[in-house]
Design a protein around this ligand. Structure first.
Ligand code: NAP
Length: 220
């Protein structure tokens, strides 16, 4: 797939992009500044050269040009930047899947942050993109900490929330390609629980003095 990562210069988007590039996907790192996106792409390429892997194309540009070139877009910016980032690329997203990894945090990251709208960040994204693009929520519970270590087994499942099974199947493949198990977790509305779980995991990290607590779904 050709994957544009909006905010792919940050730890989460960069880490996911690195794993997808290692699996052979074409990565286009998006940034507010094209030069910053290009620098991040050069960094990712250099890191991949150190591993004996097939070379996937990695480029970097501004968010809009990244989306224009992609099949799938991944939103990986802080919640506070979500609406403005989507507004800038809305037209280019037409007919493309948007995967959001956004987990809203408040002043205290280890406490669940309730949005004034009463919706999840993913549902807010879908409202903003209604009739343009379908939104799937995933990866909210995957910390950036070990993403750059390809030999590190990420001990966490990915809960995938969205309206169409076919879209969630695409994201499940992206989970697998990143070394993770994706679990269809129902409607986009359920992203509220998944986003909230991120704060719970941060609290567990702090309390238990670990870098990357995760969740596993049992019984399926
Ligand atoms: N970090 C984690 O472990 C983790 C885990 C799970 C989920 N997430 C979620 O993943 C998303 C990204 O996390 P992150 O840690 O990578 O975040 P980040 O480093 O704070 O931000 C990612 C990128 O977003 C852009 N950005 C930052 N502030 C912005 C603003 N005010 N307006 C527009 N763009 C802005 C920046 O890109 P440019 O300057 O290049 O535009 C930045 O590199 C967040 O929503 C977070 O909740 C993170």
């Amino acid at each position: 797939m050709k994957i544009a990562i909006l905010g792919g210069t940050g730890d989460e988007g960069f880490g996911l992009g690195f794993r997808w590039a290692a699996a052979g996907h074409e990565i286009i790192i998006g940034s507010r500044q094209a030069e910053k996106g290009a620098r991040a792409a050069a960094d990712m390429q250099a890191r991949l050269l150190q591993a004996p892997l097939p070379q996937a194309p990695i480029t970097g540009t501004d968010n809009l040009h990244a989306v224009q070139q992609a099949d799938v877009a991944v939103l990986s910016v802080p919640y506070g930047a979500q609406a403005a980032t989507l507004a800038a690329v809305k037209e280019a997203l037409a007919g493309k899947l948007l995967v959001t990894v956004v987990a809203p945090t408040g002043e205290k990251a280890a406490r669940v942050h309730r949005l004034p709208s009463g919706l999840s960040a993913a549902e807010e994204a879908q409202l903003q993109l209604e009739g343009v693009s379908r939104v799937v929520a995933a990866f909210q519970n995957i910390g950036a900490h070990h993403l750059l270590e390809l030999d590190h087994t990420l001990d966490c499942d990915v809960l995938i929330c969205g309206e169409k099974k076919a879209d969630k199947d695409v994201v499940a493949q992206l989970c697998q390609d990143a070394g993770l198990r994706g679990v269809n977790a129902g409607a986009l509305q359920n992203a509220q629980a998944v986003e909230a779980l991120t704060a719970v995991l941060i609290a567990i990290n702090v309390i238990h003095k670990v870098p990357g607590a995760g969740i596993r779904i049992t019984g399926i």
